[in-house]
Design a protein around this ligand. Structure first.
Ligand SMILES: C[S@@+](CC[C@H](N)C(=O)[O-])C[C@H]1O[C@@H](n2cnc3c(N)ncnc32)[C@H](O)[C@@H]1O
Length: 275
């Protein structure tokens, strides 16, 4: 994959792109990252890329000409426009599903805004307008870094194990299950017995239930997008009364014996059943 970033501050990308997993991905040739300085496309000797807004008001607005010229130059090199993402707080909110979609593109171009925002005509260059959340940052550089990091780690070969990202939070719609490593007991807190049992089926079942419970407790709205089995629903209904309709509560009473066993491993129970 080739990722190009159009920015007024190419130097901001040096740190994040020169360490850890992103650096390894670049070194292995799995992704090529290039920054293009928008100022190189300014027309005057002061290298101006912004101007005052028509109609008055505070701040400066990114002019259309340098951005259009930069995109044309980036496209011109290879003859085909990259899938273009405009970073903007007014865009669709970025999430794991979008990261997965972007990871399937051959070439991505991120346009980083600055100042008060873009001349509206710049939006016509975008295939997608993306925001990283409902807050306003100074520029599009940090949002571009966030999105590029999320995309690159999904590229084949970037993470050590081939399925390393598949259990991550949001990948299958749920938050990730709790993870533990050695020692088995730390400051009186024990790793759940099931994880030490070596019984793969039971471990998988425990992880599924923990992921369900964690999601229901912290981000219940995510459950609406997840295909829940009857067993999943019964388990959750037993844990969080009122989460579903009355039929699920009935179902959960029937299967409560089974789920009691699975609870041996939970060590951080509060009165609500959450951490
Ligand atoms: C100060 S912001 C402009 C905000 C604009 N006046 C508005 O209210 O929509 C400058 C630039 O930062 C980037 N930016 C700021 N917050 C962002 C967010 N939450 N997601 C993505 N990009 C953001 C965009 O590139 C934006 O053009």
């Amino acid at each position: 994959m080739k990722v190009t970033i159009l920015t007024l501050f190419p130097e901001m990308f040096t740190g994040p792109f020169s360490c850890s997993i992103i650096k390894r991905a670049v070194d292995k040739g799995l992704v090529e990252l290039e920054t293009v300085n928008l100022r190189d496309f300014a027309k005057d000797r002061h290298r101006t890329v912004d101007d005052t807004p028509y109609g008055g008001g505070p701040g400066m607005v990114l002019k259309p000409e340098p951005v259009f010229d930069a995109v044309a130059a980036i496209t011109g090199k290879k003859g085909q426009k990259s899938y273009t993402v405009l970073t903007t707080p007014q865009g669709e909110v970025f999430r794991q599903q979008i990261a997965a979609e972007l990871a399937c593109k051959e070439e991505l171009l991120f346009i980083c805004g600055h100042y008060e925002g873009y001349d509206e005509r710049i939006r016509t260059l975008a295939d997608r307008e993306l925001s990283i959340g409902d807050y306003v940052l100074t520029g599009g550089e940090l949002p571009a870094m966030v999105m590029i990091d999320a995309v690159v780690r999904l590229l084949p070969g970037v993470l050590g194990a081939p399925d390393a990202a598949s259990n991550d939070s949001f990948s299958a719609g749920l938050l990730d299950y709790p993870q533990y490593t050695k020692p088995a007991v730390y400051k009186g807190m024990a790793v759940p017995d099931v994880l030490l049992s070596g019984h793969h089926q039971q471990i998988a079942a425990w992880r599924r239930r923990e992921a369900l419970l964690r999601t229901a407790e912290r981000r219940p709205e995510l459950l609406a997008q997840v295909a829940l089995s009857r067993e999943d629903r019964a388990f959750l209904a037993g844990k969080i009364p009122g989460l579903f309709g009355p039929e699920d509560a009935q179902e959960s009473r029937k299967s409560s014996e089974g789920s009691a066993e699975s609870e041996k491993g939970r060590i951080f129970e509060s009165k609500e059943g959450s951490e």
